[in-house]
Design a protein around this ligand. Structure first.
Ligand code: 13P
Length: 254
């Protein structure tokens, strides 16, 4: 049984004080018992504030939105895996479509980051997804297959198992257009088959695959009730503590 994982990707939003306010409200809204794994992914500058605000709520994990693959050195503006560990970060989002399209990240760069994350005992949330043009051309499987094989090259079964994959169709990110549950399930099933080819079926069956792209309180449950959808990577709706708590609570008992 795969434990659902729901992550809040805040992108370039939230100052320290806003982050603190978010966590305070979110914890109240969430209440005591959650059966799913929750990850808050703030910008680097708000990670410490989120940790502080979480206090004893250690069942909520903290993630980062990116990192460099090198351990240290002359890489102005970059953040290393060890720096994230130092901030008690457990997960790191890698290869988000915004990084791929706006900052030129290739599968090869993402693969270096994924491997560096494992070396540093950080768990990658690897994002893959097709553009609208690629979908209309009928290239969804080709694009996802290339991204997965390129980004996950060289990982052993244990590292694969500790990797979360996020399927985020680019056309659904920030657009209000969600993939239908059927479209998402079809892509997730393909992702899992590909993971089995890269690794083996038993490993692929243990890996969690999140859906991302305009996830909101009113569509999250339907998406996450699909057999191969093991959680959500939420952008816009994760900036409001009540909406995000609703998404988390709505996923209980699925
Ligand atoms: P939205 O939920 O705003 O569409 O963003 C999705 C996303 O990119 C999460 O990583």
């Amino acid at each position: 049984m795969r434990k659902k994982i729901i992550a809040a990707n805040w992108k370039m939003n939230m100052t320290q004080s806003e982050a603190t306010g978010f966590i305070e409200t979110f914890l109240l809204e969430l209440g005591e018992s959650i059966e799913v794994e929750v990850v808050i992914v703030p910008p680097f500058t708000a990670i410490a504030a989120v940790n502080l605000a979480l206090g004893d709520a250690q069942h909520i994990k903290v993630g980062a939105q990116n990192m460099h693959w090198e351990r240290a050195g002359a890489f102005t503006g970059e953040i290393s895996p060890a720096m994230l560990r130092d901030l008690f970060v457990r997960y790191v989002v890698l290869g988000h479509s915004e990084r791929r399209t706006l900052f030129g990240e290739t599968d090869e760069m993402v693969n270096r980051k994924v491997r560096a994350a494992h070396e540093a005992m950080l768990r990658p949330i690897l994002c893959v997804g097709e553009t609208l043009e690629e979908r209309e051309r009928g290239d969804v499987e080709k694009v996802l297959g290339t991204q997965l094989r390129g980004s996950l090259a060289g990982l052993g079964a244990k590292e694969m198992q500790e990797t979360v994959v996020a399927y985020e169709p680019v056309w659904a990110i920030g657009t209000g257009k969600t993939a239908t549950a059927e479209q998402a399930q079809e892509a997730h099933a393909f992702v899992r088959r590909t993971l089995a080819e890269i690794s083996d079926k038993a490993t692929a069956d243990k890996m969690r695959i999140q859906y991302g792209g305009s996830v909101k309180p009113d569509n999250a449950r339907t998406l996450m009730s699909q057999p191969d959808i093991d959680g959500a990577l939420v952008g816009g709706a994760s900036l409001d503590p009540r909406s995000f708590a609703q998404i988390v609570k709505g996923s209980q008992e699925l």
